[in-house]
Design a protein around this ligand. Structure first.
Ligand code: CU
Length: 303
């Protein structure tokens, strides 16, 4: 089934219809009220002139017109909702994984990225998966927002009509790094998108390059800076072989950030917590040993 309109058109139409009717009602009611206050002020008209207590046609009018207006608002809301929930047949499938505190997008050919690349003019169906807690996939430009719920698969669809970069937020408070859980939708012209999609990825041969790629993909950079600035977690800059104060099993100890320490910090992040930082990092047990080595090789270069 083909939708009649894009998600942006669906939401905007309903919004402007409701906003327009509400504005006219607000102005009409306020003007009538002020006019009545002035016209029927006791000083101006101390004695009521009419004893009429009802008017059938007036009552029918003020019942029928608002009923029609409310039904009109319902109609646009319902049509808009159906458009949001009816996936076009030619929609391209992309999986969005939400985890504390980054997004990972996986394409059907196995390619993955930390930004959501989409082709202009083609509908995309985003399958929403939560790996840990509740998050919410929110792209204001396409008027879509839907929760990602652990154990449940949700989805949204949208079409990017113009090339560009659009904000993508997590819209469900999901812990200390929530505000860092932002990325972008990159809408590319169809040919450029195909070229990007078919370019090999995740396979940089050089370990340092592979490490940098992993840091992006795995969402490390959502919480750790590489320029020395403080984020949810400590910076990566100058980390390797530095000595640092950590709290291990409730006791303060000084450790050297060598390879063994970094492996522990990635695999079992809450076992040793760097002083002054929250025990916020999820464990990254799924990384292969080769990937771990690549990440560490890359960390070593961040002097
Ligand atoms: Cu989140």
């Amino acid at each position: 089934m083909q939708p009649l309109q894009t998600t942006t058109q669906a939401v905007d139409t309903a919004f402007y219809v409701i906003f327009g009717i509400s504005s006219i009602m607000l102005a009409g009611i306020a003007i009538a009220m002020v006019w009545f206050v002035w016209r029927y002020n006791r000083k101006r008209q101390p004695v009521p002139l009419s004893q009429k207590d009802h008017n059938l046609w007036l009552e029918i009018t003020w019942t029928v017109i608002p009923t029609l207006l409310v039904m009109l608002m319902f109609w646009y809301g319902w049509e808009g909702y159906l458009s949001l929930r009816r996936i076009p047949d030619d929609a391209m499938h992309i999986k969005a994984s939400a985890r504390m505190w980054s997004w990972l997008f996986t394409y059907d050919n196995g390619k993955s990225a930390d930004k959501l690349y989409v082709p202009v003019g083609q509908p995309v169906k985003i399958e929403l998966v939560a790996e840990d807690v509740l998050h919410s996939f929110y792209v204001p430009a396409f008027r879509v927002k839907r929760d990602t719920v652990p154990g449940m698969t949700n989805w949204v669809w949208f079409t990017a009509e113009k090339p560009g970069s659009y904000d993508l937020f997590c819209a469900e408070y999901c812990g200390v790094g929530h505000s860092a859980m932002v990325t972008t939708v990159e809408a590319l012209p169809a040919a450029e998108f195909q070229a990007w999609l078919n370019a090999a990825a995740g396979t940089a041969a050089d370990p340092v390059a592979r490490g940098a790629e992993l840091a992006q993909q795995q969402g490390c950079l959502g919480c750790h800076s590489t320029d020395g600035s403080r984020r949810v977690g400590p910076t990566f800059k100058g980390l390797f072989s530095q000595s640092r104060e950590v709290v291990r099993a409730g006791r303060e100890v000084t450790v050297t950030a060598d390879e063994a320490y970094l492996i522990r910090a990635i695999r079992e992040p809450t076992a040793e917590i760097v002083e002054d930082y929250p025990p916020a990092m999820p464990p990254y047990g799924q990384l292969s040993d080769a990937d771990l080595q690549a990440l560490i090789a890359w960390l070593e270069t961040l002097k």
